[in-house]
Design a protein around this ligand. Sequence first.
Ligand code: MN3
Length: 208
Amino acid sequence: MENNQYPFVNLPLPYDYDALEPFIDEKTMRLHHDRHLQTYIDNLNKILESNDPSLRKLSLERLICGNFRIPLADREAIKNNAGGIYNHRFFFCGMRPDRTRPGGSLKKAIENTFGSMDHFYIAFKKAALSVFGSGYAWLVKRHGDLKIIKTVNQDTPLCQGCCPIITVDVWEHAYYLKHYNLRGDYIEDWFKVIDWDTAQLNYESNKK
Ligand code: MN3
């Protein structure tokens, strides 16, 4: 991942703000990327600036999963803000406007694990709907097996030995302007902008 160390910067989206219309609206994408993600970046930089300089050499993953050099008092804030950066980048880069289709070894693995693509979508939607409060639903690979998991707030699957493949942000700020309280409708729309090519690369690169 680019820009994996202090100073963290807000990398531009790999598509225009309005590119995911009509599924994800432009205003949501602007606020989500330019304000929500920016805040995590600013907060993390600020915490690192006021800490031991050696922390500035740690990768985003190390900051999330912990390191003996991180002072106890800052551990939670560092984990949350670094997680906010990691999760948002992963989520934004996992979508694209020109519709891709599941294929290759990932599609086969999904069909083997869940029975069919349709069964996978049903199970994924159910998991994403059942995230209580704010968090994410993920398709991950763990010990070679595919699994759908949920994380709360800005926790990530990284420290649980999981390799993330796709994720959906189900914090209300990700959908409220367009879908109001209808998280299920948002998830259905998000299905249409999943970047399955990137998902396949994630699946292959994480192969153990
Ligand atoms: Mn978000």
